[in-house]
Ligand binder design. Structure first.
Ligand SMILES: [Fe+2]
Ligand SMILES: [Fe+2]
Length: 199
């Protein structure tokens, strides 16, 4: 059985993180230069707004107040804001390619927790029972594929834009896009191929 207080903590943190994600994408879109990446992040922003709605519905369905603050949730809020501040700092330095790299890194950091949150929500859906299991599974099924793409594709953009900035061979858009990477295994395969100079 899932421990109810910690499940509540996971859901409230995840919701806070999705809310912060909206602000992170809005700020990242101020930093982006590459038009393909802009389109990608515009789509991810929309999806993230939808994740906020899906998770709010799930919280309400299992009797949680989606606005209840906890110490852990405050930390998540702080982490999200600090990524926004980092991008604003980069923007203020008037070096657009550098700000774009900072935005990529901030999105990768944010999406790493986002991805982990949803993996855990999926585990809780499997272990829970009745209405709780159903609400979590419904939310998870709508979001999971998108989170894979958010993380693995943005990691690809981050790597290739860094390589380009170093004057090294870069593949843009990254192979993760062309190969439609949606699993950790496929992401690792693409990274291996890029190390061998392919991709
Ligand atoms: Fe999300
Ligand atoms: Fe995400």
């Amino acid at each position: 059985m899932v421990k109810a207080p910690q499940l509540k903590e996971l859901l409230l943190q995840s919701l806070e993180h999705e809310r912060g994600g909206v602000l992170i994408y809005q700020t990242a879109l101020e930093c982006v230069i590459n038009e393909d990446l802009r389109k990608e992040w515009e789509e991810y922003l929309e999806q993230t707004e939808n994740h906020v709605a899906i998770l709010t519905t799930a919280c309400e369905a299992i009797g949680l107040d989606p606005d209840e603050m906890t110490p852990g949730r405050k930390v998540v809020q702080h982490s999200g804001k600090s990524l926004v501040v980092a991008m604003k700092m980069a923007l203020a330095a008037s070096d657009p390619p550098a700000a774009e790299l900072v935005a990529c890194e901030c999105v990768v950091l944010a999406e790493t927790k986002d991805h982990a949150d949803w993996e855990l929500i999926g585990e809780c859906a499997k272990a829970a029972e009745g209405d709780v299991a159903a609400a979590l599974q419904e939310a998870y099924d709508q979001v999971e594929d998108e989170e894979d793409e958010h993380l693995y594709h943005t990691k690809g953009w981050c790597r290739e834009l860094w390589l380009k900035s170093l004057g090294l061979k870069a593949v843009l858009p990254p192979p993760e896009e062309k190969k439609d990477v949606k699993t950790a295994m496929d992401a690792a395969k693409v990274e291996q191929e890029r190390k061998k100079g392919k991709g």
